[in-house]
Design a protein around this ligand. Structure first.
Ligand code: PMP
Length: 413
């Protein structure tokens, strides 16, 4: 059976061009870039080139503003712990309710060690509450950490504007953004539009590079203590022998993302829109999270009232389709997603969400296959749902007064 992969917010396929760029460094070019012989200097040269390419990709920043890490989790940990340790006099942090656990868990830990944290809520569309955001900023705030695009809903926060507001409040406050889901999908120019951002995290495997490589942009002059200490690699800012192969791969992936962007983003968005349109027309009682907000063009988070997302995923997988439950907590607990809860998704839809996330390797035929099989899967699961019989008698959320719902009319058995 053919695999239909629509879980690109979880991870992406390594691009063939990236794999090709990596291979020499897993073969003959295995030298430690810190060694002094000519062969190793060649590897060090490749790292410098990768740094330059990524700096260029992010709007022409200084190459030494790019720090290589093992991924966004390490980049986020470095940004948060590193700035707290470098600025012991300031203890107040502002973040949002819908951040990835790689921010929220760090912030909780910092709270236990004496930091004060303000968590800004979102509205039902997933937009950040701007009034609360502005109100949370204080003259003694150390750091603001607000993600760029949400991994579950795809909702994009205006970090350029948020960073500007932060700097107007006080140029001393640092602005960090977890841009793991937006880098490669949304152009980010850290010299012009996004110039007020001080720190920016991302991971290679969300843009067709391998897992286990990422970067943190650190604006020159930002006080930051290293998170990993040991050797003097990367000017003493992150210890550990550099993963030369994957760093080269990350730079290649960034270049490819820039090249493909103009052509691929409209195509991806059109496919996502088709999927959303067709599913919402063919299936009653659905809820699309983030629909009323600026959203990544590749993400559709759709909830089916009265059934479980996991059941849907299981059945989709019988057709070779890979997607993610938008509701299951990553820790494996049965708690519904903190993101959907923060958005006030109705209780009956909270457990029934599925996240489809597309990439430039997604084809229209794959989208058509989902449109073909999903209505029947939902219908079958609803027949087994104890809530469904009662629910059918209720007015459809948002339906005109007096509408009688008949699922057979929409889905002849
Ligand atoms: N932040 C966001 C928004 C993410 O989506 C992810 C990955 N799901 C991470 C951080 C962590 O990335 P990694 O697992 O590559 O460290």
């Amino acid at each position: 059976m053919k695999t239909i992969y629509l879980d690109n917010n979880a991870t992406t396929a390594v691009a063939p061009e990236v794999r090709e760029a990596i291979l020499p460094y897993l073969g003959d070019l295995y030298f430690n870039p810190s060694s002094m012989y000519q062969q190793a200097v060649q590897v060090a040269g490749a790292l410098n080139q990768a740094q330059e390419d990524i700096a260029e990709f992010l709007g022409g920043v200084f190459p030494d503003e790019i720090l290589f890490t093992s991924g966004a989790t390490e980049s986020n940990n470095t940004a948060l712990y590193g700035s707290v340790r470098a600025n012991p006099a300031r203890r107040h942090i502002v973040t949002s309710a819908v951040e990835h656990p790689a921010i929220l868990e760090v912030v909780k830990d910092l709270e236990r060690t004496g930091c004060e944290v303000s968590v800004v809520p979102v509205d039902e569309n997933g937009n950040l509450d701007m009034r609360e955001f502005v109100g949370a900023l204080r003259p003694d705030t150390l750091l603001v950490s607000i993600m760029h695009a949400n991994n579950e809903s795809g909702v994009i926060f205006p970090i350029n504007e948020l960073a500007r507001i932060v700097k107007e409040t006080s140029p001393e406050i640092l602005f960090h953004s977890d841009a793991t889901q937006s880098v490669g999908k949304v152009p980010i120019n850290l010299r012009s539009e996004y110039a007020d951002v001080d720190l920016l995290s991302f991971s290679g495997h969300k843009l067709h590079a391998p897992k286990g490589i990422g970067a943190l942009y650190v604006k020159r002059g930002t006080a930051l203590r290293p998170y990993l200490v040991g050797g003097h690699q990367q000017q003493g800012r992150r210890a550990g022998t550099e993963n030369a192969a994957f760093i080269v791969g990350l730079a290649k992936a960034c270049k490819l993302a820039a090249q493909c962007h103009a052509q691929e983003e409209p195509r991806i968005t059109a496919m996502r829109d088709k999927l959303e349109r067709e599913l919402t027309t063919r299936i009653p009682f659905v809820h699309v999270s983030g629909k009323g907000a600026p959203r990544l063009g590749n993400t559709l988070n759709i909830s089916f009232h009265y059934i479980e997302g996991e059941g849907i995923l299981y059945q989709l997988n019988e057709h070779g389709i890979c997607a993610s439950s938008g509701s299951a907590c990553t820790s494996g607990s049965l708690d519904p997603s903190h993101v959907l809860k923060a958005m006030g998704v109705p209780f009956t839809a909270l457990h029934g969400s599925v996240r489809f996330s597309l990439s430039r390797y997604t084809s229209e035929d794959e989208i058509d296959e989902i449109i073909k099989v999903l209505p029947e899967i939902v219908q079958k699961l609803r027949r087994l749902s104890p809530y469904w019989d009662q629910a059918k008698q209720q007015p459809r959320p948002g339906a005109p007064r007096g509408e009688v719902f008949d699922d057979r009319a929409k889905h002849p058995v």
